[in-house]
Write a protein that binds this ligand. Structure first.
Ligand SMILES: [Fe+2]
Length: 269
């Protein structure tokens, strides 16, 4: 096996979630000397202009009323509704879950604060800086997309990894949105993350979508290789593949009509 394929299979195994036959492949691999050497750190990508800072939001969403807590950390990990309000977010519901793992040891990293933020299902952020076009034609179907605010979408939330390094978020598939229509530039559907392990520099990145039931899946796959963030981050093909999450229909009944995806963030320590 070449170094590259070892490298890749390590990432793939981590990506698969890993519980098989009563033992974890992660644990098995961690016992091999090459594990730490070939583990692939989650690539860094741009923070982007729409990180939720206090005062930047169009509409304040603060599930934790204590204003000493930064607004980015004031909401929980279910973005499909806002506590205290009636109604649920528009869009295809998904659950993303996985772990935060130490790149050197493959060990889980507990107590890691993860902030996730994204556009809503129509591709709009709850951020004053997102004052671009309100409507745009779908680049393939020509259907007019209204980039409207969704008062029931939480837009951002936080999770903290447990002692096994696990986290989860429930949210919707964000819409793709135009950057420069004349140039044919659109951002594919994506989720933003800021990962803050204890006593370790933060990791900022973005994750993308793939799956038969992902809205605009074909278009999203087409947009990915020419995406401006992917280009600016100079992601290799392998790195790009490592930040695309495959979503499949939930079969456990925990998320009826929803899709489940898995991602392990691999952080340098
Ligand atoms: Fe974005």
């Amino acid at each position: 096996m070449s170094n590259d394929s070892e490298h890749w299979s390590r990432r793939t195994l981590l990506k698969q979630g890993i519980g098989l036959c009563g033992f974890t492949i992660g644990g098995l691999i961690a016992s091999h000397s090459w594990a730490a050497k070939f583990i692939q750190i989650t690539p860094r990508q741009a923070l982007g202009p729409f990180f939720p800072d206090d005062g930047d939001e169009v509409e304040t969403i603060r599930e934790t009323p204590d204003t000493r807590i930064p607004i980015a950390q004031a909401n929980d990990q279910d973005l499909t509704f806002i506590n205290g309000r009636q109604g649920t977010a528009k869009g295809k519901i998904i659950r993303l879950r996985g772990r935060v793992l130490d790149a050197k040891t493959s060990n889980p990293v507990p107590d890691t604060l993860i902030i996730m933020w994204s556009a809503n299902a129509s591709g709009r952020y709850n951020h004053k800086g997102d004052d671009g076009m309100d409507t745009f034609p779908h680049p393939i179907t020509g259907e007019i997309i209204h980039r409207a605010h969704d008062e029931h979408f939480q837009y951002w939330g936080k999770a903290i990894t447990n002692q096994q390094g696990h986290y989860w978020f429930t949210t919707i598939v964000p819409g793709f949105y135009p950057i420069d229509q004349k140039a044919g530039l659109y951002r594919p559907s994506h989720l933003h993350f800021k990962i803050m392990p204890p006593n370790t520099p933060q990791l900022v990145t973005q994750l993308y979508f793939r799956g038969k039931q992902i809205p605009n899946n074909d278009l999203n796959q087409e947009l990915l290789p020419k995406d401006v963030v992917v280009r600016d981050a100079q992601l290799t093909q392998e790195e790009l593949e490592s930040v695309i999450v495959d979503y499949v229909p939930d079969t456990t009944g925990e998320l009826p009509n929803g899709l489940i995806g898995h991602y392990d963030f691999i952080v340098p320590r």
